[in-house]
Design a protein around this ligand. Structure first.
Ligand SMILES: Nc1nc2c(ncn2[C@@H]2O[C@H](COP(=O)(O)OP(=O)(O)OP(=O)(O)O)[C@@H](O)[C@H]2O)c(=O)[nH]1
Ligand SMILES: [Mg+2]
Length: 225
């Protein structure tokens, strides 16, 4: 296992959220990090990120989660956004067929710009909107199997499967990091890995993001219009 950095972390993981505009990326991000949901959230402009710390099998792990605009015109930092990411939540909206049809485009963008061996989880979001469903659970599963991706349906509104999605993705990233895992078989999330939350006591939400900006030269909160 790698030695600790100057802040005491054994591992730093970067996760990116991608998918069409309005599929719910920012709300998944804020539900997970701050337990907040905004029914009137505006389209993201540029990039923002937050962090969460974990103890995973005796390693102190910092997870950076990056959220960017689904709208092409606001995404001017594609390469920088994907750089160093070892995990990806690829999100569509189960009520929006075109967000599902555009997944191939997102997968090829990730393959072009991302590292090799990125753990990817496909997310069908907005399952609380039962009567508006346009993409069945089976269609989601089938696409995930075809591309060898892990898959879950979520609701950022009521929190269904949000924590589970991140936990499974982080477990898979941890397995890949340790290389004790067949890297071609991205779908296998079977071996249980214990992930414990670690509080960052001295920092508030804003403090965390300011500190991250100093550590990471490329992204700035809402940096790139
Ligand atoms: N009912 C429901 N609405 C959701 C859910 N997730 C997001 N929304 C709503 O969908 C809209 C778009 O959500 P965002 O999180 O801003 O979407 P986004 O993917 O970040 O969009 P961009 O920033 O433009 O790429 C907002 O009105 C949210 O409140 C969900 O799980 N259920
Ligand atoms: Mg957004």
């Amino acid at each position: 296992m790698s030695s600790k950095d100057e802040n005491g972390y054994d591992i730093i993981f970067k996760i990116v959220l991608i998918g069409d505009s309005s599929v719910g990326k920012t709300n998944i991000f804020s539900k997970y990090l701050n337990d907040e949901f905004d029914p009137d959230s505006k389209a993201t402009v540029g990039v923002e990120f937050g962090t969460k710390n974990f103890k995973i099998e005796n390693n102190l792990v910092k997870v950076q989660i990056w959220d960017t605009a689904g709208q092409e015109r606001y995404r001017s930092v594609t390469n920088a956004y994907y750089k160093g990411a070892k995990g990806c939540l690829l999100v569509y909206d189960i009520t929006n067929k075109s967000s599902f049809e555009n997944l191939d485009k997102w997968i090829s963008e990730l393959k072009t710009n991302g590292d090799d061996n990125v753990s990817i989880m496909l997310i069908g979001n907005k399952i609380d909107l039962v009567s508006d469903r346009a993409i069945s659970l089976e269609e989601g599963k089938k696409l995930a199997e075809f591309h060898k991706l892990a898959f879950l349906e979520t609701s950022a509104l009521n929190g269904d499967n949000i924590e589970k999605a991140f936990n499974e993705l982080i477990s898979d990233m941890f397995r890949n990091h340790n290389s004790s895992f067949d890297k071609k078989d991205n779908i296998k999330l079977n071996k249980a890995i214990k992930i414990e939350n670690v509080e960052e006591k001295e920092e508030g939400k804003e403090g965390k993001e300011e500190k991250e900006e100093k550590e990471e030269p490329i992204p700035k909160k809402r940096c790139c219009n």
